[in-house]
Design a protein around this ligand. Structure first.
Ligand SMILES: Nc1ncnc2c1ncn2[C@@H]1O[C@H](COP(=O)(O)OP(=O)(O)O)[C@@H](O)[C@H]1O
Ligand SMILES: [Mg+2]
Length: 250
């Protein structure tokens, strides 16, 4: 088996004493799109923050292309190819679209052509301030800004928050295409179940800080009941079945 781009092993983390995620393990391979589902407060955002280095792990490891990131700062992780689009987009309302692609982390290479290739709708809006874009355009900008750095690992937190389903339907396939074209590993937190299971290779469900389900996107898309049951803690599939379904074994 090839080394996954991201491997999270036995990871626990939280805030000032309170553990929010406990002993979670997951992988994302190159070119793969993996969705992390779970109810509000389950620890999804925290998981992404630990991977990008904003929150420290209290136990366990985050491996990037096989390398332990424990001693790597968030900035160094970004430089090494990890891009994190946080909840709430992380764009600057006072800057124009084009100006967003001139701002980089120190030493980061930014390539706006990638953005306009994947999001042609942004090109005519180059000189418009981000605060004057629609919600969907702002979200394209947030994702585009991450793509412009040609990441090898892309962490996306609730892109669809506040967006009309039609816009999400356009956004998620672009992410899928980028992963396939570039070999980038994508870990997506998403509440829009139907779209996210359709574009995901595999899905994990996080509930109260534990991974309670691991399935292929295809199987979840065809069995929405599995996901609902995992949210309410009544999994219909046994642990063996879950593992087999997603080919997780180890
Ligand atoms: N900065 C923070 N300080 C303290 N507690 C936090 C902070 N961020 C999140 N939490 C708590 O951690 C838990 C998990 O939150 P989060 O990871 O944001 O969940 P999700 O993204 O799945 O909704 C929640 O109980 C939340 O209140
Ligand atoms: Mg969240």
């Amino acid at each position: 088996m090839t080394t996954p781009v991201l491997e999270v092993a036995d990871l626990s983390a939280g805030y000032t004493g309170a553990e929010v995620i406990r002993h979670i393990s997951l992988t994302v391979g190159g070119g793969e799109v993996v969705t992390l589902f779970g109810p509000n407060g389950a620890g999804k955002t925290t998981t992404l923050r630990v991977i990008s280095g904003v929150v420290r792990a209290s136990r366990g490891r985050v491996l990037y292309a096989g390398r332990d990131l424990a001693r790597t700062s968030p900035t160094a992780r970004a430089r090494a190819g990890i891009a994190h689009v946080p909840e709430g987009r992380g764009i600057f309302f006072g800057l124009t679209v084009a100006e967003h692609f001139r701002l980089g982390y120190r030493g980061a290479r930014i390539d706006p052509r990638v953005v306009y290739e994947y999001f042609p709708a942004l090109e005519p809006l180059k000189d418009r301030r981000a605060g004057l874009l629609s919600g969907g355009e702002q979200q394209m900008l947030a994702v585009g800004r991450a793509l412009a750095r040609r990441p090898q690992l892309l962490l996306l937190d609730e892109l669809s928050l506040g967006l009309a389903p039609l816009l999400v339907e356009r956004l998620l396939p672009v992410v899928r295409n980028y992963a396939e074209d570039s070999g980038c590993a994508v870990l997506l937190v998403e509440q829009h179940v139907q779209l996210a299971t359709e574009i995901a290779d595999r899905c994990y469900v996080l509930s109260h800080g534990d991974i309670v389900l691991h399935e292929t996107g295809a199987r979840l898309a065809g069995n929405p009941g599995l996901l609902i049951a995992s949210y309410v803690g009544q999994q219909s599939a046994g642990p063996g079945q879950q593992g087999d379904g997603a080919g997780s074994g180890g």
